[in-house]
Design a protein around this ligand. Structure first.
Ligand SMILES: Cc1cc2nc3c(=O)[nH]c(=O)nc-3n(C[C@H](O)[C@H](O)[C@H](O)COP(=O)(O)OP(=O)(O)OC[C@H]3O[C@@H](n4cnc5c(N)ncnc54)[C@H](O)[C@@H]3O)c2cc1C
Length: 527
């Protein structure tokens, strides 16, 4: 073994939104924190979501009022603390004669949703007549249309960056963060957690660290992490699979996001303007298979295409129109009966006392509620440690990119390096931290990467030096975010590989291996 880390108060397993949020909160309250992820920051479920910061209108149907209230409160918090990443989005619900939910029911839901959003930072709902709905969205199917409802929620276009910024804040508060480090074993001594062993999946190096508390925030992998204790336990996760497809703006495409009841099964799904494209999803199917093999199935893809074409008939979308798709598994609590949609989206913070003292597992949760989940988890960690911790400060404290935004805009515009779209892109990806990217740019990397002049060469170096990127996949798909474009950023791969290779001292063979892994990864998202 080599490279041992010291002793920590808390070791967090998983750098998804929940692990990242917990690490930030714990470090900000003075705990010594280490974070491990077997892959990169936000490489699990947190990256395959619908990217909405929402109360979850649907949950009202299941009487989950506290969850909706909590989510709406967190939506307000995130708008204030991460305004560069979390933006308001208007959502329209068309109401057809055949719909299971009629105008009255939807209206009641809307009023309740508005009432639960006390102190909200977005406008309230409005109801549209059939004619008003058609005037607002001419591409909408007219046959059987009775009315429509519109309301606001929020969107986090780059969930990856939200997770990253939580980890950057955790690191700034002293946390040690190890990406591409898989936890192989949780050590238990005298009935209590003692630490863990890990392997760096890039270098192959192994190590151990001590930890008084281990927080298992491994999302759908929670049970496989528990298995590393070598103890018997009752399965905690009963995941459901969800898939999305990504297409270009299509004929008759809506200006607003749409929340539509599927004709095939009555399930609601979204058609969302996102990243200059449309994100369409999701499905909800119980899944117990291999978590490394989760792909959008042909049946799911056809379902999403058919349902979209039904509501926007001129779209006429087919498989060839899909740029890529993504799929993953919701880490929901184990429940084998009842429809998938009825499984609670509330999170559970479970102390695994029967396995070991000091072991805590996170079940469920939403992107939207991660901050509150983190606060509750760290409160619990304080109790386990028998320590009175300072109060949580994350409700008011901005994320790192939420400072200096106006100044960043001024500097980007003054530099004249980028086209207008490029300035917006940099602000959307880095917020005020674009100033720090410019500082690198003004050093040795006075160049743009693309013909449209929207991506700076310095971003590649910045991702490595400042944002913990270790592979080309990390850089393209979870730092620069060009991997989410229609072409998945492919025209830039060679240039990015050259700059990254230079920065990280890669030889020709490593560079080519990295490039192949990147292309394979992007290809794997095809349908
Ligand atoms: C289809 C779909 C749509 C969704 N849409 C929304 C939405 O619009 N809004 C919303 O609020 N929520 C949404 N959600 C829910 C939300 O995305 C998830 O609940 C949330 O992202 C879970 O985050 P997590 O951190 O718990 O798990 P993850 O993001 O999966 O993170 C777990 C991490 O643990 C790591 N890990 C696993 N095993 C190990 C190990 N042995 N060692 C080290 N690391 C390990 C993994 O690599 C992974 O990065 C959606 C979920 C799905 C599936």
């Amino acid at each position: 073994m080599s490279d041992d880390l010291e002793n920590f108060d808390v070791a967090v397993i998983g750098a998804g939104v929940n692990g990242a949020g917990i690490a930030r909160d714990a470090a900000m309250r003075g705990l010594r924190v280490a974070v491990f992820d077997q892959d990169d920051v936000c490489s699990g479920t947190s990256a395959i979501s619908s990217r909405l910061i929402h109360g979850g209108l649907r949950y009202l149907e299941y009487g989950e009022i506290p969850l909706v209230f909590e989510s709406l409160r967190e939506r307000i918090t995130l708008r204030k603390t991460a305004e560069h990443l979390v933006k308001p989005i208007r959502i329209c619900i068309p109401i057809y004669e055949s719909a299971r939910r009629g105008p009255l029911l939807i209206r009641i839901g809307m009023i309740l949703y508005d009432l639960l959003s006390v102190g909200k930072t977005v406008p309230g709902h409005d109801m549209l007549s059939r004619d008003e709905a058609i005037a607002a969205e001419p591409g909408l199917e007219r046959s059987g249309l009775r009315a429509a409802a519109r309301y606001y929620d929020a969107q986090v276009a780059y969930a990856e960056r939200l997770v990253l910024e939580n980890l950057l804040a955790a690191r700034a508060a002293g946390a040690a963060i190890r990406t591409h480090n898989r936890v192989d074993r949780i050590h238990i001594e005298h009935g209590a957690v003692a630490g863990l062993s890990y392997t760096d999946t890039i270098t192959g190096e192994t190590g151990e660290c001590g930890a008084a508390v281990v927080v298992n925030a491994a999302g759908p992998w929670v049970d496989s992490v528990l298995a590393t204790t070598g103890k018997r336990f009752k399965k905690l996760i009963g995941g459901t699979k969800g898939s999305h497809i990504i297409v270009s703006p299509f004929e008759g495409a809506p200006a607003d996001a749409f929340y539509v009841e599927a004709a095939a099964d009555g399930r609601p799904f979204f058609i969302i303007p996102w990243n200059g494209l449309y994100l369409i999803g999701t499905t909800d199917i119980r899944y117990d298979g291999d978590l490394s093999e989760v792909r959008a199935s042909a049946a799911e893809v056809d379902y999403l295409l058919e349902e979209t074409n039904r509501v926007f008939p001129a779209a006429n979308l087919g498989r060839d129109d899909i740029h890529y798709a993504y799929a993953g598994v919701r880490p929901l609590p184990q429940r084998s009966r009842g429809p998938e949609g009825s499984i609670t989206r509330k999170h559970i913070i479970k102390r695994n006392r029967r396995i070991a003292r000091g072991l805590v597992s996170i079940i469920g949760g939403k992107l939207t509620t991660y901050r509150h989940l983190a606060e509750q988890t760290v409160d619990k960690v304080g109790k386990v440690l028998g320590r009175r911790l300072p109060e949580c400060r994350t409700r008011a404290m901005k994320l790192p990119g939420a400072y200096r935004i106006a100044e960043a805009r001024e500097q980007l515009e003054a530099s004249q390096l980028l086209a207008e779209g490029g300035v917006e892109r940099l602000l959307g990806v880095y917020g005020g931290r674009a100033i720090d990217v410019l500082a690198v740019q003004n050093g040795d990397f006075n160049d743009v990467l693309d013909e449209r002049r929207t991506v700076l060469a310095a971003e590649v170096v910045f991702a490595i030096r400042e944002e913990m990127a270790r592979t080309l996949i990390d850089i393209v798909h979870r730092r620069l975010m060009v991997g989410l474009d229609a072409d998945q950023g492919r025209p830039l791969y060679e240039r990015i590989a050259d700059i990254a290779g230079n920065e990280l001292g890669w030889g020709e063979a490593t560079r080519n291996d990295q490039l192949k892994a990147l292309v394979d990864y992007s290809d794997s998202l095809g349908v």
